[in-house]
Design a protein around this ligand. Sequence first.
Ligand SMILES: NC(=O)c1ccc[n+]([C@@H]2O[C@H](COP(=O)([O-])OP(=O)(O)OC[C@H]3O[C@@H](n4cnc5c(N)ncnc54)[C@H](O)[C@@H]3O)[C@@H](O)[C@H]2O)c1
Length: 282
Amino acid sequence: MDEFEGKIAVITGAGSGIGRSLAVAAARRGMTVIAADIEEPPLNDTVAEILADGGTATAFPTDVSDAGSVQRLADYAFGEHGGVHLLCNNAGVFSGGLSWERTVADWEWAIGVNLYGIVHAIRSFVPRMIALDTECHIVNTASMGGLITNAYSGPYYASKFAAVGATECLAHDLISINAKIGVSVLVPSLIATNIGSSERNRTERHIDRLSPEMTPDAAFVSQMLRDSTSAGMPPADVAELVFDAVRHGHFYIPTKPSYQAQIAARHDAMTRYELPASAQLD
Ligand SMILES: NC(=O)c1ccc[n+]([C@@H]2O[C@H](COP(=O)([O-])OP(=O)(O)OC[C@H]3O[C@@H](n4cnc5c(N)ncnc54)[C@H](O)[C@@H]3O)[C@@H](O)[C@H]2O)c1
């Protein structure tokens, strides 16, 4: 897909970080943006920023972990705007710590947002995008944490590995029916966003009633993430990489050259039947 002007973009997680930058970048390319997020004040700020910039955008509060909420987003996009040409399933949360210390609620929250957010969108948007029978593109945000592993991040990395798998399968499915829908998966390294403060968006149904407090291991890894992401790539640069990849039809969208060596090292270890070395996001 290389024409964006006058087309419709739906972007989840548009209230902050990478999602906000994707929304701004889409509007600057002349797209009408439907910005979705669970956190309303920053979502409204994104829309205000786009309008002040002369673009067109609407805020649509959405919880991507809730199938009904994603269905309402799709109904709005197709009902009011007549179609969706670029769908960025980008909303995400970090939940980390020692795997055995994590509660069921922790696992369900990470998988609910990072995997089911994508699954619900596939089910609600893709049939209607296929019916449009015009050039479209879907970008799912996973992570380098969906391709490499290390300690203290089980729920997040597991959800992102699943997001990568679901996105590869979606691409194969669409190819098998000759659909005009391109697919990409964004696999960022460290980006300067608010991901290290994900707890701000934990929904009631994803809180463990028995142990609502963060355990020391989870608090430690969240702090580490805040420290390391603050020196990461600016999200606006990521948005440019995404639009470039969509134009060129690239499936994988990494943000750092270290991607090559990290993937090669993982696959080398796998062919030797070994546990891949712990690889830190950089
Ligand atoms: N920042 C990084 O270093 C990094 C690295 C790899 C991957 N990612 C991924 O990038 C994506 C964007 O995250 P970010 O880094 O911009 O973080 P961020 O916290 O700045 O933005 C994430 C957005 O998702 C929204 N969100 C959270 N739960 C939601 C829900 N249930 N429904 C709808 N929206 C919800 C948040 O409100 C927020 O606006 C995520 O999928 C994240 O996992 C980030």
